[in-house]
Design a protein around this ligand. Structure first.
Ligand SMILES: NC(=O)c1ccc[n+]([C@@H]2O[C@H](COP(=O)([O-])OP(=O)(O)OC[C@H]3O[C@@H](n4cnc5c(N)ncnc54)[C@H](OP(=O)(O)O)[C@@H]3O)[C@@H](O)[C@H]2O)c1
Length: 360
């Protein structure tokens, strides 16, 4: 891997997360210096315990609460070398919550607003780009009629879901969709109104699965999406496929998500763009078929379902028109092409990482 990042300093939030761990790995491989946030020193220590070779490449900063006053100011003010780029990934992604507004929407929105404010006030002229890890849920329509395939979504679409709808229905998936939609919306509003000297790229992936590099201490360390999309069919959560649905039916591998972020740092075509990231279809049946075919030793624990009924009955997911995004991704990649990791590879590699860490 060429050391294309040598001499450049990246500020990464949520470094212990599933996706951010892969971003950190690529940043280090490409020679970037990194300052990364986590919520406690113990979480920073866990990262280094898991990856001792990362120690000399990353400096940690602790940000416990995005809703506190100016939580990022001191980090920008005290940076030993000004930041060239920011990658903001930290945002709540656990569906077991008591208060959708306080635990999901506020931290997502305020985290984004606060880091943008600090970047503008204290980032200096070296700061060139702010990358936000958004989500396909701020593009798709949470109320889409899944019984018929709609017009493919594009980079221009926005989810109409509101906080009131999520709270009124006590629906954490809707709450998550609102949190990501609001976080992205405030970022674009900030760029428009506050006109910082840096630009913005937002990456909008659908369900992310794949191998795990983040610190693992037991089955609860499996990240939310690898759990609902894969591990829950192995660990006894689902004894059958019938009746099991996903909130969305498209996926992308975590390695593609991470690569797209690091490529976007220096890709002129990514400036002020939303970039959709979707590899292909995923469904409970597609996942169990892949596990059963490739891991005979797990087959007795994994429900068989109806192997040829690939999507739940009556589900016709709306597709994605990603011409613009694919063009940007290709321009940013070292090879000049953009190819996605396919579902089979992603599921196999995810299951292998669960087996090797002993969490299933
Ligand atoms: N996984 C997916 O399918 C998917 C799809 C599209 C977009 N995304 C986005 O990708 C990003 C990372 O997700 P992930 O899958 O890597 O999830 P993850 O493993 O749960 O990582 C989330 C990160 O955000 C931090 N975080 C959560 N709530 C926070 C809060 N209130 N204050 C400060 N930090 C907080 C977590 O810190 P702790 O570990 O300390 O809680 C962790 O570092 C999120 O922005 C998510 O919305 C994920």
């Amino acid at each position: 891997m060429p050391q294309s990042g040598a001499g450049q300093h990246v500020f990464l939030t949520g470094a212990n997360g599933f996706v951010a761990s892969h971003i950190l790995d690529i940043l280090i491989n490409r020679g970037y210096a990194i300052t990364a946030t986590v919520r406690s020193q113990a979480k920073a220590d866990d990262i280094i315990k898991t990856h001792p070779s990362w120690k000399s490449h990353v400096e940690f900063a602790i940000v416990t609460d995005f809703t506190s006053k100016g939580p990022f100011d001191k980090i920008f003010q005290g940076a030993r070398k000004p930041f060239d780029y920011v990658i903001h990934t930290a945002s709540p992604l656990r569906f077991q919550v008591n208060d959708i507004q306080k635990e999901m929407i506020e931290p997502a929105e305020m985290g984004t607003t606060e880091i943008l404010k600090a970047a503008k006030a204290y980032g200096g002229s070296s700061l060139k780009r702010f990358i936000l890890l958004g989500s396909a849920v701020s593009v798709l329509n949470s109320f889409e009629d899944v019984s018929k395939e709609g017009k493919p979504y594009t980079e221009k679409d926005w989810n109409p879901v509101t906080a009131e709808q999520a709270i009124e229905r006590s629906d954490p998936v809707l709450g998550y969709n609102v949190s990501k939609t609001r976080a992205e919306a405030v970022a674009w509003e900030f760029i428009k109104k506050d006109k910082p000297s840096f630009d913005l790229s937002v990456i909008n992936p659908d369900i992310i699965i794949g191998p795990m590099l983040h610190p693992i201490s037991g089955p609860n360390s499996i990240n939310e999406t690898n759990h609902f999309a894969i591990a829950s069919f192995i660990d006894g959560t689902h004894k059958q496929i019938e009746g099991v649905t996903f909130p969305f039916y498209h996926f992308v591998d975590v390695r593609d998500v991470a690569r797209s972020h690091v490529d976007a740092l220096t890709n002129p075509a990514a400036s002020n763009q939303r970039i959709l990231l979707i590899s292909g279809l995923i469904s409970p049946q597609l996942v169990v078929n892949t596990i059963r075919e490739n891991f005979p030793s797990l087959a007795s624990r994994v429900p068989e379902g109806s192997p040829s009924q690939l999507l739940p009955p009556g589900v016709h997911p709306t597709g994605w028109d990603m011409k613009l995004s694919l063009d940007i991704l290709a321009k940013g990649s070292e090879s000049g092409n953009w190819n996605y990791v396919d579902l089979k590879t992603s599921v196999i590699d995810a299951v292998n990482s669960m087996l090797s860490t002993g969490v299933i």
